[in-house]
Design a protein around this ligand. Structure first.
Ligand code: S3P
Length: 172
């Protein structure tokens, strides 16, 4: 069965939001961001949620918004980097969307993230590169459950979008 939804997964800083926005424009499909949905629902920033309610609470809200995002179709879902940690999220996403993993090396991610730690409390540490390596190692197997894996190392957002197109076009 053809899936009309697209879910972009991958580590913080890989460019999911920019790629989602461009895909949405080209395909005329609405884009939703799980992070934005969480902030709207909670009326506070991701950093505040982590600080005042903790990560487990954030993950519970994240699961609710993943399910809510899948209520509309077609939709492109820009998933927060940790969405894959909950197996229910992955199962639902895979059932209802073509899941695309934008993969990148820790060094490439670190470069992209420099100066953009605001909504990434997990990387608000003295040595973000080491933290990125640790988290990537923990998550890589989950990310690899995607339907499509794209290597984005050294690529611009335009190039990544072209790669996504080439891969998903046959199934659109
Ligand atoms: C997180 C990624 C962030 C945001 C939160 C936690 C993670 O989203 O959901 O800071 O655990 O990887 P982006 O991947 O959009 O930065």
């Amino acid at each position: 069965m053809r899936k009309r939804n697209i879910a972009l997964i991958g580590f913080m800083g890989v460019g999911k939001s920019m790629v989602s926005a461009q895909l949405g424009q080209r395909l005329h499909i609405p884009v939703v961001s799980t992070d934005e949905l969480i902030e709207q629902r909670e009326g506070r920033s991701i950093a505040e949620i982590f600080r005042n309610a903790g990560e487990p609470y954030f993950r519970r809200v994240e699961k609710e918004v993943v399910m809510a995002a899948l209520q509309q179709e077609p939709v492109i879902i820009d998933c927060g980097g940790g969405v894959v940690l909950n197996p229910d999220n992955m199962e639902c996403l895979k059932q209802n969307a073509t899941v695309i993993y934008l993969s990148a090396s820790p060094e490439f991610l670190h470069k992209n993230l420099t100066g953009h730690q605001g909504k990434r409390p997990l990387l608000d540490v003295p040595d973000p590169l080491t933290k990125i390596k640790e988290l990537l190692q923990q998550r890589e197997a989950y990310y690899q459950q995607a339907d499509i894996v794209l290597d984005t190392n050294g690529k611009s957002i335009d190039q990544i979008c072209e790669d996504v197109f080439t891969r998903i076009l046959p199934s659109l």
